[in-house]
Design a protein. Structure first.
Length: 258
């Protein structure tokens, strides 16, 4: 417990005194916890984890290291108790059509997607679309979207940096294995091309520029997560929406999917 706490404190660049002030404790007590001279209560572990902004899954790891049972359950999205959550996500995705939107879990497995995203995935190899679908594989695999992404080098770099930030917060061997796999995919011809986003329009964020049905579409990505999650699964769900980066892309999507 002490080593884990010190590691998280170092990651957040917070001194023992600052953490103690935030958690209504003392620097002496924090020092004793980190050196193993004191065993914190379950309440203290959760309080420290909250002030260090520790991910929910890792909060359970801290509790286990301190000798307590996990506090946060990990419920499958398919569980009946998750029905209202699934319905809410489906309504959100449907309302976003014709713009592509998708829900992924902490391993980038596809939980749900709307018709706009399904349209964009036309032409992706069948082996990538068989469950469990993985958004990173679909995007970066040579049989996936990669050959149609005109700024693949930049977009690939953005996605790999996103995974690296996630790996810095999680001890996940499956996620590390996925990162090693997708980062080893060949760049291919898509990385040799470069298309300006929206013609003369200056992009306001890094776009994904992709060919689809004879059109060049430009998207910027937004990611939404759930506030104050009380379940490991819910804490790792992310809703990604692709927003048209120029008027031409918006008009084309409305024509392709009225």
């Amino acid at each position: 417990m002490g080593a884990l706490l010190r590691e998280w404190r170092d990651r957040r660049r917070i001194s023992q005194l600052e953490l103690a002030l935030r958690a209504d404790s003392s620097a002496r007590h924090i020092s004793f916890i980190e050196t193993g001279r004191a065993r914190p209560s379950q309440e203290m572990v959760l309080r420290l984890a909250e002030h260090l902004d520790v991910p929910v899954r890792e909060r359970n790891a801290l509790l286990i290291a301190a000798g307590y049972a996990p506090h946060y359950p990990e419920t499958s999205v398919d569980d009946p108790s998750m029905g209202p959550l699934r319905e809410g996500m489906e309504r959100l995705l449907t309302g976003y059509d014709p713009y592509p939107a998708i829900v992924v879990d902490g391993m980038y497995q596809v939980v749900a997607a709307n018709q706009g995203m399904a349209m964009l995935l036309e032409g992706v190899a069948d082996h990538l679309l068989r469950p469990p679908m993985n958004a990173m594989r679909i995007t970066l695999h040579p049989d996936g979207l990669a050959p149609r992404i005109l700024n693949l080098r930049e977009w690939r770099g953005h996605l790999l940096e996103q995974m690296e930030r996630q790996l810095a917060l999680m001890r996940s061997s499956p996620l590390r294995k996925l990162y090693d796999e997708v980062s080893a995919y060949p760049l291919g011809s898509g990385g040799q091309e470069r298309a300006a986003a929206g013609g003369d329009h200056a992009p306001f964020a890094l776009p994904m520029v992709i060919e689809h049905a004879g059109h060049v579409l430009s998207f910027v990505s937004t990611i939404a997560t759930f506030n104050t999650p009380m379940d490991v699964t819910v804490s790792e769900l992310a809703i990604e929406t692709l927003l048209p980066a120029d008027p031409e892309t918006a008009q084309t999507l409305r024509r392709l999917m009225p």
